[in-house]
Design a protein around this ligand. Structure first.
Ligand SMILES: [Zn+2]
Length: 299
């Protein structure tokens, strides 16, 4: 992986998870990428020294690391589900220069033959702007739903936190991404763990935020989990490799361990939101406390 990822900073333009496909029982999962964006490697790896994270990922001259934006389309049930809507295109020029987001989700869905009105359900694991950016688009200066027929789901505690606009993380919560959907009745706020459609459930795992939910997909004895920012990339598998953005690091460590206690023996397909090259794989404990991912071939 080190070699592969070292090339990324240079070859960012050609790097994409878009269009990768895999089956989990009766469900067909397709990755639709919102393209890549850049984030400073310091906060991305929290307390991990740069000398260590540089062995796994490359950075550019501004210390930035390239990240992916992997949205997941689930077909095969009665309803079509989209998990996460990327970073979107509502940023002003100043913010755009910081992250250089490609914001390709809408184009990639269209190129894949997925019309906005074919999405029945959108799930946001949490409401940071890089997870719900394409929930809405601006039309005549107003944020309107990108997916006109969809019911959107997001954790209620996330929404309450975002509304409070805490100094610590208010930049992450942009109300245009969700408040218009609550006002028009399209977004349901989820109070607890629950099934969204048969086989697709949300489950609260505190750590990154208090109320972030992962999404589990289960069919025919097989299981996949969209882990969101519990493990944003395959470089964050080791227990202490957290982001400085994580609000509750001690809980994140415990909950990552608990997750592995289920996912590794159960051979769950683990789906990474922000890995620009590895959309999914099977997590393995290589040696005590050291984890790696077995990539899925042919997808
Ligand atoms: Zn986040």
């Amino acid at each position: 992986m080190a070699q592969l990822v070292t090339d990324l900073a240079v070859e960012k333009a050609t790097l994409t998870t878009n269009g990768r496909r895999i089956s989990v029982g009766d469900f067909e999962l397709t990755m639709f990428s919102d393209g890549n964006y850049w984030l400073d490697g310091g906060p991305l790896f929290g307390i991990i020294p740069k000398a260590l994270w540089l062995k796994k990922v490359a950075c550019d001259e501004k210390n930035r690391v390239v990240l992916g934006e992997n949205s997941l389309l689930i077909r095969g049930g009665k309803q079509t589900v989209l998990i996460e809507t990327g970073i979107g295109n509502k940023f002003d020029e100043r913010v755009r220069k910081v992250y250089e987001p490609e914001a390709r989700l809408r184009d990639n869905l269209a190129a894949g033959g997925v019309a906005p009105d074919s999405i029945d359900i959108v799930i946001n694991t949490h409401l940071h702007f890089d997870h719900c950016g394409w929930n809405t688009v601006l039309k005549d200066g107003r944020a309107v739903p990108t997916f006109p027929r969809a019911t959107y789901y997001a954790p209620e505690g996330e929404w309450q936190h975002g509304q409070k606009q805490y100094l610590r993380d208010r930049v992450s919560y942009i109300s245009d991404n969700y408040n218009p959907l609550i006002q028009n009745g399209q977004m349901q706020l989820v109070k607890q763990d629950r099934e969204i459609i048969p086989g697709v459930s949300v489950r609260t795992i505190p750590g990154h935020t208090r109320y972030m939910q992962v999404v589990t997909i289960e069919s025919q004895g097989r299981k996949a989990c969209y882990v969101s920012d519990l493990i944003p990339t395959a470089a964050h598998l080791d227990l202490l490799w957290l982001m400085a953005y994580d609000l509750f690091p001690m809980e994140a460590i415990d909950n990552k361990k608990r997750f592995y206690d289920e996912a590794i023996p159960g051979r769950w397909l683990v789906i990474f939101t922000h890995d620009p090259a590895i959309p999914w794989g099977y997590v393995k404990e290589m040696e005590r406390g050291k984890y790696g991912v077995e990539p899925v071939t042919g997808s």
